[in-house]
Design a protein around this ligand. Structure first.
Ligand code: VG1
Ligand code: CO
Length: 583
């Protein structure tokens, strides 16, 4: 067989540096001759720390976006060429990111190659992505991604098995030259996992005894449709109209599979029109979630805090919660829960890979990111469907004592117990890299100026004033392996406890994207039902003026505003600018 293995000469490509979550580029870039091959070879060359590519077992699958199948055939050829012993591949190449994480762990694989650009649009003119996950099922940590990047810069050849493509539609075992290939059902293992985590019986009896409580899950034509179908319809016995847009499509039906108020418009519309108490959506690869009911929206920062607070209603956490965590820009809502319950709480940089070590060390059970990512140590990725079922489990548990409780009642109850963190994020997408860098350089300059601390600024449109308390360029030292990650975002803290954060996105495929996060905490009950935009107006105005962001980026408005934490009586759709509720 070895005579069929060929070494193909190649040259390095620029910019094959994995970002926050893998390498994401336009499909056209991945389609260039040798481009995908180089990156896959670099991944395999970086496995040695875990025992080497030779003899490795790798899980392969993704969100089914355009170019997935050709990419899997490339991985097959290169894996066989490099002596990998086994590939476990999702049926037709489909595995949601959380399902892949589970499979890596369950079958004790060496790692996995995930083919996704998450919520970025798909299709021949849109995005593709490749991400390497390690043995614990989580995204490769920085030492591994740095090694992959290093290899891409010096690569001179890659090895392939010269053989015809593998049939990805046949579940079961096949051989491919020296390689064993197992095509597995994309959904079954994941359903079994969730069955072991949640109280399906309780959720089912609540849903069936409360027919007025309607549920709608929107797969946004991403990968989660089949998973939602198996769980919501198959396990929980919900009617067929409880799911929509559940057929995965290579270009996500032409949409932008990102579960937020801007892009999950299809969900918002039906929820409002049909008075649906519990709506939810997930992103292209199934790791993000949005919880949205009629007139009710949960910010991801609040969502993770609420799940942590209600953890004892979820069987998986019956043995106790080991600790909590959030990414740095995520609001401190979860910190208040940790404080009240005496749990350890960690603040890590943006990106799920930073939670893995804490979970492996048994110090972290529940964590989240403001970017619609929520999860726990049942796997090593954020998990969209998990979060949705967690909410259903919590609502079912709440209704045992408080009949009629839905999303808003749980949210308000939470604010009353812990106070409210107003939170919003402004994204300035695809701005010039020079402008973004100038903004960051200016922040560095400001932060280095001692007279900046204690300076006060008045908002113009509201009578509020903010005094600078502390400035930080966030550095994280991993408490488990002591690795240090620098330059993870500029934090500007004010004396009233509010703060703003600026950082550059690491997932874009073109230009630069600046994220501006705004947070203000209140324990005043009069503020609990106030619209977020109103609660944050003065702070946003002051932060933009201090940092001169609009000047540096040449943008007076952000591309996307994530309005968060609105008890949504006055929500406005960012796509069509119409009021969402009341209509
Ligand atoms: C964004 C989010 C981050 C998330 C990452 C991957 O990264 O802000 O919280 O972990 O996407 O999520 P960035 O660097 O663009 O801010 V996913 O669902 O796109 O894999
Ligand atoms: Co995603």
């Amino acid at each position: 067989m070895s005579s069929d293995i060929k070494e193909i000469p190649t040259k390095p490509f620029d910019g094959q540096k994995p970002g926050t979550s893998g390498l994401r580029k336009r499909v056209k870039v991945f389609e260039q001759e040798h481009y995908t091959e180089n990156f896959v070879q670099a991944i395999l060359d970086s496995i040695p720390a875990q025992g080497g590519a030779k003899g490795a077992t790798l899980v392969v699958g993704g969100d089914g976006r355009y170019f997935s199948v050709p990419a899997i055939q490339i991985i097959l050829r290169i894996a066989a060429g490099n002596g990998v012993s086994k590939l476990i591949i999702g049926h037709q190449g489909i595995l949601s990111t959380p399902a892949a994480s589970n499979i890596i762990r369950k079958y004790k694989a060496t790692g996995g190659i995930l083919l996704t650009a998450s919520h970025n649009p798909g299709g021949p003119n849109a995005d593709f992505g490749i991400k390497y996950n390690v043995q614990n099922g989580g995204p490769a940590p920085e030492n591994v991604t740095n090694s992959i990047y290093g290899r891409t810069k010096s690569i001179t050849s890659y090895k392939v098995l010269d053989a015809p493509p593998v049939d990805l539609s046949k579940i079961g075992d096949q051989t491919y030259g020296p390689l064993k290939v197992t095509i597995i059902d994309s959904v079954a293992d994941y359903v079994e996992l969730l069955r072991s985590i949640f109280d399906f019986g309780l959720i089912k009896s609540f849903l069936h005894s409360t027919p007025s409580f309607k549920v709608l899950f929107d797969g946004l034509h991403g990968v989660t449709g089949p998973y939602a179908k198996a769980i919501l319809l198959g396990e929980l016995g919900l009617p067929r109209d409880s799911i929509q847009n559940f057929e995965p499509s290579p270009n996500f039906g032409g949409g932008h599979p990102d579960p937020n108020l801007t892009y999950a418009h299809s969900l918002v519309e039906v929820v409002e029109k049909n008075n649906i108490q519990f709506g939810a959506a997930s992103d292209g690869d199934g790791d993000r979630n949005m919880i949205y009911g009629k007139g009710a929206f949960v910010t991801p920062s609040d969502s993770v805090a609420i799940i942590a607070d209600w953890a004892d209603s979820i069987p998986y956490f019956k043995g106790g919660v080991k600790g909590l965590a959030r990414s740095m820009p995520t609001s401190a809502a979860i910190d208040y829960v940790a404080e009240a319950k005496g749990y350890e709480v960690f603040e890590v940089p943006t990106g799920w890979k930073f939670f893995g070590n804490l979970m492996d060390a048994g110090r972290l059970s529940i964590c989240g990111e403001e970017s619609f990512g929520t999860g726990s140590d049942h796997i090593r990725e954020k998990d969209g469907i998990w979060a949705v079922i967690a909410w259903l489990n919590i609502i079912a548990a709440a209704n045992q004592t408080n009949k009629g409780w839905g999303i808003n009642e749980i949210l308000l109850d939470h604010y009353q117990k812990y106070g409210r963190s107003f939170f919003s994020r402004y994204d300035y997408e695809e701005v010039s890299s020079e402008g973004a860098q100038a903004l960051i350089d200016n922040l560095d300059k400001l932060f280095a100026d001692p007279s900046f601390i204690s300076s006060s600024y008045n908002a113009k449109s509201v009578s509020e004033s903010f005094t600078v308390a502390k400035v930080t360029n966030f550095t994280y030292t991993d408490p488990i392996d002591n690795s240090v990650s620098k330059n993870q975002g500029h934090i500007l803290q004010f004396t009233d406890g509010s703060r703003v954060v600026f950082r550059l996105s690491g997932t874009g495929s073109q230009g630069a994207t600046v994220r501006f996060y705004i947070e203000r905490y209140s324990k005043d009950p009069a503020q609990y039902e106030r619209p977020t935009a109103e609660g944050l107006k003065g702070l946003i105005e002051v932060a933009l003026a201090i940092t001169k962001l609009p000047e540096f980026l040449g943008r007076s408005e952000p591309t996307v505003i994530t309005v968060s934490g609105v008890l949504s009586s006055r929500l406005v759709c960012h796509l069509c600018a119409n009021p969402i509720y009341p209509q």
